[in-house]
Design a protein around this ligand. Structure first.
Ligand SMILES: Nc1ncnc2c1ncn2[C@@H]1O[C@H](COP(=O)(O)OP(=O)(O)OP(=O)(O)O)[C@@H](O)[C@H]1O
Ligand SMILES: [Mg+2]
Length: 251
């Protein structure tokens, strides 16, 4: 049962074998406490996206336990689980034949919010990500730049007021100025609403700035989890040490 002291996200000894023989996760354990932000860093193919997707059941583990708010993810229906978790995919997942407004309002509509509230929420979020609602709400994803699409995806992930958000490289395709603004907005917002986040980033500066703890992944395993300071002061392996040195983490 759910308990206040349960971590909001928890993976225990999770293995994922993809068809084709890839052993993408090899006994991963990690948790995110309520209100906490944990960053997953690691090289391409290390299993970051796979781990994220086990929490909203886009990937089913072959072994191990995944819990959200203390409940096993496979205890209920996947659709309900997904509505309760904001998710920003690594590749833009906007529905191409839907306008920006309809894309952003997707989850609130599925949650049955009245039309007016969906509209207000959509406008609020577009403004938050720096897209003038009147100019963008009726456009289609193909009429946007890559960075604008990413901002719409960001808005959509937060639209349903989920308290748990999974983010896969949410700031990747943004220009530095907007990236900085969105990170600042996100930090403030996260604190105000008590949002818990598991975020994939390849940028250690972002991880150090936004995350309470950083988990370093390699070849389907988590090598170390700790604050940026803990990792840099006591790296568990030479790989972690090299990664931090290359990333020029400032703490
Ligand atoms: N659907 C799939 N079927 C088979 N293998 C997959 C599938 N998705 C991912 N993989 C493999 O699993 C491993 C981990 O992939 P994953 O996408 O989790 O890596 P990642 O750390 O997110 O990498 P990146 O930084 O490039 O996004 C890789 O070897 C990848 O090729
Ligand atoms: Mg990935």
């Amino acid at each position: 049962m759910n308990d206040r002291s349960d971590p909001i996200l928890q993976a225990r000894d999770v293995h994922v074998h993809y068809t084709g023989g890839v052993h993408a996760l090899r006994g991963v354990s990690v948790h995110v406490a309520t209100g906490e932000t944990v960053a997953l860093v690691g090289e391409s193919g290390s299993g970051k996206s796979t781990l994220l997707k086990t929490f909203n059941r886009l990937v089913e583990p072959t072994q191990g336990e995944v819990r959200v708010r203390g409940e096993a993810v496979d205890a209920g229906r996947p659709e309900e689980l997904r509505r309760s978790i904001g998710y920003i995919q690594q590749e833009s997942s906007l529905l191409p034949h839907w306008t920006v407004g309809r894309n952003v309002g997707l989850v609130p509509r599925l949650l049955g919010w009245p039309r007016e509230r969906v509209e207000v929420r959509t406008q609020e979020l577009l403004a938050l990500v720096g897209l003038e609602p009147a100019a963008y709400v009726d456009r289609y994803p193909l009429q946007l730049s890559g960075g604008q699409r990413q901002r719409v995806a960001f808005a959509r992930a937060l639209a349903g007021e989920a308290k748990v958000v999974l983010m896969d490289e949410p700031f990747g395709a943004l220009d530095p100025l907007i990236r900085h603004d969105m990170q600042r907005e996100f930090s403030q917002w996260r604190e105000r609403l008590g949002i818990s986040t598991l975020m994939v980033t390849h940028d250690l500066q972002v991880a150090a700035r936004l995350a309470d703890r950083i988990a370093v992944m390699r070849d389907g395993e988590i090598l170390q989890v700790g604050s940026a300071r803990e990792l840099s002061e006591a790296p568990a392996t030479s790989y972690v040490q090299d990664l931090l040195r290359r990333g020029e983490v400032t703490i």
